[in-house]
Each structure stands twice: as structure tokens, then as C-alpha cells.
Design a protein around this ligand. Structure first.
Ligand code: HEM
Length: 317
């Protein structure tokens, strides 16, 4: 049994780079004030790998993974480690028309598999282990919609980094050695106004997104005036373009009239996603916000840090 000393925590990422699956659960929890809660949470976090094995082995083709991440409010108590350099609360973004709110959340479990039963079983055992130590703030059950489309009908996730660009965009490196291998995570649960969206023509919808709807081909960036969602989310500086990894999933209930997109972004640099949110909600130039927001309202907003696999495992020691 090798225990990893805090000064050299190891830098293997959790299963952040897993390709989009058919099923996912996004589980946001707060840690309760009850005595012993922190110890229980540490123990469960340290045992996540074993719990994944326990459930995954029953249907290995479904490739169950879980990425656990921790918010700043509980970071010190749960990890006993210095904070990742950029970790702070979600900063609300208040535009002239639309606002991105901050909401409660200490822990995020991003559970993915190619079948919903494994996600369900993993979540069941996870919450049984955590018991009274936590309260559920939000549980969102995501599903794949045809060829990875969002409920607005567009293929979602295409521009995600692949190959060497993927760890470069998502994994903290030498800039913060103690937290190398970790990722910042931003989560926002959006609900859509489908009636307003369906009132637009396909051409108008394509101009909002910046891609064609049927065959998913990029449209040219606007030189001036209203920019598309795609263009507003292209972040460039002297070092080039800064990508992020998005694991968006549709969720909803036709009976309840709820149609949503759970936005989940992994990034090496929290400021990159924050810049995207500024450009979407305030606009570039200010006033010309992302027209996607006219049909999409964020109900939650959280920032977490997914520590490296070794750091997570060490919490159980
Ligand atoms: C691109 C949908 C929220 C960042 C896209 C695309 C779609 C889409 C359809 C084009 C295809 C692709 O490359 O994936 C949505 C929906 C959202 C949402 C339905 C929620 C209602 C966000 C948020 C952010 C974001 C909150 C960042 C804070 C990006 C980025 C791209 C993108 C970085 C790729 C841009 C590029 O081409 O380089 N999104 N998105 N999205 N979105 Fe979103």
C-alpha cells in the first residue's frame, strides 16, 4: 500500500477526458454542519475509485466513470491542502438583459456511463455512503439526444479539444505544481424556452449558434455587430486560442414542460470560462449579448476543482 505524501501528490487526472457518453448524472451537494460530516466526505471521496470498480465490473462495456470535484467553501476542511491558485466562488455575471446567478454547492459528482442503470446504481451507493453528511442541492439526469444534439437541435461538443490539446486545455500543470493534474470545473443548469426558439427560422437559429443545423458546419465569424455563440466563446490572446472541454448534456421532462442543457466545462484556467461568460452575458461589444441566452436561462452556477486522481485517493488515508 503506497500512500502519497502531500508535497508530491501525483498528477494523473481523474477520468476528465472520457468521451461523451449516452447517460450522465450531475449531482451537486452541500456538506451538512453535523459533527463528523467532513470525515465521512473525505472517506467517501477517497473511496470513489473502488466504488466505480464495484459498479463498473457488472457491465464493463458501459464504461462507468465518476469525476469528483470540490468547491472553495469546503476546500480547506475537506482536503487540508492549500487552495488551487484560481479557485473561488462562482462570480455572478450581470448583463443588461441576462444574469448568470451563483448558487450553493460544495461537491459535484459527474457520473457517466453508456447506460443509465450504472449511473443510477453508482449514485445510489454514493449517496448511501454519504448519508446525513450531505444535502442534495441538484440532481440532473442527462441523456444523449440523437447524434449528440442539445434540445435546441444542434450538435453540441464538436469543437472540444482532442489529442494533446485535451490535457493542455483541461489539466493544471507546472503553474500550480501542488494541483497539477487537476481541473477547474464550471457547472450551469440552463432551461430553454422552446416556444421562442421554435419561432425562429433555421437560418436565424444557425446565426445564433454559428454552425449549420443539419450537417454541423461552421459559419464564418461576423466581422462586426452581433456575434454568434461560437464566436463569443472563442478566447484568444498572445498565447493563441484557449480551449475548454464541454460535457454538456440534455435533460428534461416533456410532461413537466422542462427542456434543458446542463453545461459542464473543464478547464486548466478558470479565467477562460469566466471570460466566456462575460462575453456571453455582457456581450462583445457590451450590449450585444449571446442570443442563445434569449432562449436559455441559467438556474444554477458553481465553480469546483477536480483534484488529481492521487490527491482524491489520498483523502481516504
Ligand atoms: C459551442 C450549445 C452554453 C462554451 C457550442 C455549440 C453549441 C453550443 C451547439 C457549437 C458546436 C460545438 O462546438 O459544440 C450550447 C448550449 C448552451 C451552451 C445549448 C447552454 C444553453 C455554453 C457556455 C459556455 C459555452 C455557458 C462557456 C461558458 C462554448 C464553446 C464552444 C461552444 C467554448 C466552442 C466554440 C468554438 O467553436 O471554438 N455551444 N452552449 N457554451 N460553446 Fe456552448
Amino acid at each position: 500500500e503506497s500512500s502519497v505524501p502531500a508535497e508530491s501528490p501525483g498528477d494523473s487526472p481523474q477520468a476528465v477526458d472520457t468521451p461523451l457518453t449516452r447517460a450522465a448524472v450531475f449531482l451537486v451537494l452541500t456538506i451538512s454542519d453535523a459533527d463528523g460530516s467532513i470525515a465521512i466526505v473525505r472517506d467517501v471521496l477517497g473511496g470513489i475509485d473502488d466504488l466505480v470498480k464495484t459498479v463498473n465490473f457488472r457491465d464493463m462495456r458501459a464504461s462507468l466513470v465518476c469525476v469528483a470535484s470540490i468547491g472553495v467553501r469546503v476546500w480547506d476542511a475537506v482536503t487540508g491542502l492549500p487552495r488551487p491558485a484560481e479557485l473561488h466562488e462562482f462570480q455572478p455575471v450581470v448583463g443588461a438583459v441576462h444574469t448568470a446567478p451563483a448558487t450553493a454547492g460544495d461537491l459535484l459528482f459527474h457520473v457517466r456511463a453508456d447506460s443509465a442503470d450504472l449511473c443510477f446504481e453508482f449514485e445510489r451507493l454514493l449517496l448511501a455512503g454519504l448519508g446525513e453528511a450531505v444535502e442534495v442541492v441538484d440532481e440532473t439526469i442527462g441523456f444523449r439526444y440523437f447524434d449528440a444534439r442539445d434540445l435546441l437541435g444542434f450538435v453540441d461538443g464538436t469543437a472540444n479539444p482532442v489529442g494533446r490539446a485535451l490535457p493542455a486545455a483541461t489539466m493544471v500543470g507546472d503553474e500550480d505544481p501542488l494541483h497539477a493534474g487537476g481541473s477547474y470545473v464550471v457547472a450551469q443548469k440552463y432551461v430553454h424556452d422552446m416556444t421562442a426558439w421554435q419561432a425562429l427560422t433555421t437560418e436565424q437559429q444557425q446565426a445564433v449558434m454559428g454552425r449549420t443545423k443539419v450537417d454541423n458546419v461552421e459559419l464564418a465569424d461576423a466581422e462586426s455587430g452581433q456575434k454568434s455563440h461560437k464566436t463569443l466563446n472563442t478566447i484568444q490572446d498572445e498565447q493563441g486560442e484557449h480551449g475548454i472541454l464541454r460535457d454538456n448534456m440534455p435533460f428534461g421532462s416533456a410532461a413537466a414542460g422542462e427542456f434543458g442543457t446542463y453545461f459542464l466545462g473543464y478547464t486548466r484556467r478558470l479565467w477562460v470560462i469566466e471570460r466566456m461568460l462575460q462575453r456571453m452575458f455582457i456581450g462583445d461589444p457590451p450590449g450585444l449579448h449571446d442570443r442563445l441566452l434569449d432562449v436559455s436561462t441559467p438556474k444554477t452556477g458553481n465553480v469546483f476543482f477536480a483534484p488529481s486522481a492521487e490527491t482524491l485517493a489520498s483523502l481516504g488515508d
